[in-house]
Design a protein. Sequence first.
Lengths: 254, 337
Amino acid sequence: MNTLTIARKELNSYFRSPIAYGVMAFFALIAGYFFYVAVVFFVRRGVESSMMGQSMPMDMNDFVIRPLFSNVSVIGLFLIPMITMRLFAEEKRSGTIELLVTSPLRDLEIILGKWLAALILYAAMLGISALSLAVLFAYGQPDWKPILVGYLGLLLLGGALLAIGTFISTCTKNQIVAGVAGFAICLLLWVLDWASSFGTTVTDKVISYLSVLQHFDSFSKGVLDSKDVLFYLSVIFVGLFLTARSLESLRWRA
Amino acid sequence: MIKVQGLTKRYARKVAVDNISFEVEKGQIVGFLGPNGAGKTTTMRVLTCFLPPTSGTASVAGFDVLEQPIEVKRRIGYLPETPPLYPEMEVHEYLEFVGRIKGVASQDLPRRLNEVSEKCAIADVRKMLIGKLSKGYRQRVGLAQAIIHNPDVLVLDEPTAGLDPHQIIETRDLIKGLAGEHTIILSTHILPEVEQTCERVIIIAKGKLVAMDTVANLTSRLRGAETVAVEVMPREGQVDPALVQKKLEQVAGVSRVLPREHRDGKLLFTVESLEGRHIRPGLARAVVEAGWNLNELHAVGLSLEEIFLQLTAAPEEIKAEHAAAEAVAAEPLGETK
C-alpha cells in the first residue's frame, strides 16, 4: 500500500517534469526508425524473392520483430540512466529524503515504490514500440507468442538495469553524476557483450555470462529460458539489495 | 513524552552531541537553543529516527528510537530546517501524499486536510504548485505536513529561519497555538524566540548540555546578584572618588564597587549586590545623605543574550551552574515551572 503511494508520487513527478516526455519521445524516434528500416528490408526482400521466382522463407517474426527487440534492448540501455538518475539523488539534494525516512515506512517500501514507478515508465515507453507491432498485425499474421516473450524479456532486462540505476542514484546528491555513472555502467555492460563474443577462455565465459544483453538473446528469439529469467531476477534482487544497504548507510554516515 | 539519556552522536572526526540527557513532559513547548553547529539538528535527527545514536538512548512516548522506530515515527511530526517539499506538487496533493505515508486512514484524510489547512492558514493556496509559493507559505505547508497525522510530538528545526519579521510572528503564533495538543521541541539560535514561545529552554553548546530550565528561572538565576550603575556628581567642586567608593561600599547588601570612568566631575560606578538583595534604595539614600547629586541609578540587567553568551562561551567557568542545571534536570520538568 505504502509502496503504491510512493510509486504514484514518483510517476506523478516523472510526468510533471520533461524527463518522461523526453525519454519517450527519444525512444519513439529511434525505435520507430529501426522499425522502419527493418520493415523496408523485409519488403524489399519480399519483392526480390517474388522477382526471382523462388520463394525464400519469409517470416515476419524473424526479419522484423526479432531485430526490433534487439534494438529496443540496446536503446533501453541508454535511456534507463535518465529514468533512474533522479530517484534518490533529487530527494537527497532537496532534503525530502528526510521526510521519507522519518515517515513510518520501511526502507523496502520506499525502494520498491521508486523502482516500480521507474519500471512503469519504462513499460509505457515500450508501449510505444507496441504501436509499431500493431501495424504488422494489420498487414500480416506474425506469431504473437514470441512477441509476448520478447516483451517479458524487455521488462526483465529493464527491471535489472533500473535496479542498478536506482542503486547508483542513492550514492550521490547530484542527478547528473548519477546519470553519467549509470550511463557508464550501461555502456560497460554493452561493451562486455561485444568483448564476450570473441574469446573462448573461462574468463570470457564469465564475462559473457555477466553481460546483461547476452541473456536477452533467447527472449528476442521468443524462447523463454528459465536460466535467463533467473539471471535477470537475481540482478534485480542484487540491485535493490544494494540500494537498501546504501540507503541505510546514508543514516549511519549522514 | 520524550526521554533522552546519555545521548552521544559521533561522526567520523568529531563528536556532534556529547552525553546529553533531558526529559520533556507532555504538552510542553521546549526551546532547543544553541549556536550554529552546537548539535541541535543532530539531536533532533536522533529523536526522529533519521540518525541512530552512537551511544545512549532516546525514546518518544515510551518507544525507543532504535528498537521501535516505526512506532516512534508514527508519533512524531518533523519539520527539518528546509521544509521537505516537492516543488512539482500542488499543496493539497502534497499533504495528501504525506498523510498517506504517515499512515492517516483514507476516510480521515479529507477531514485532516481541511483541519490542517485551516490551522496553518494555507487553505487559499491549496491548488497552487509548491514551487510557486513564497517562503512564508512554504514554511506553513511544512508545518502542515508535520501535523497532518496529529502526532503526539512535534520536532521543529529552526521553524522561523529565513522568514521576514511579519512571517516570524505568524509562525510563532501558529506554534503557540499548536501547544497543548502536541509536545513541541523547537530549535533556534534566536533568543527572543525562546523567550516568547517556549516554556522551557535547553541550551547546548559544542554538543554539551549547558543549561536547562524555565525561561524565567534561567534569567533570574543568573540575574540573582543585581548589578547597578551609579553616577554621582558633587554639588560643587571636586570630590575624591575613593571617598565615594567607600561610601557606596558601606551600603547594606553591596558586595563590591567597581569604579568606571570619571569625566567632567561625574563619577561612574558599577555596584554589585549580594545574592537576592535590593540595594538601589540604599544607594540612593547614601549618595543624597552625603550631599552629592545622584545623576543616574539603574539596574544593569543581564539580558538573555548575555546569559547565553556566558553559558556557551566558557563552559568551564560555569560548571557550578551546570551542576545546578542537572539538579533541576533530575526533577520532573512539569513541576519546576
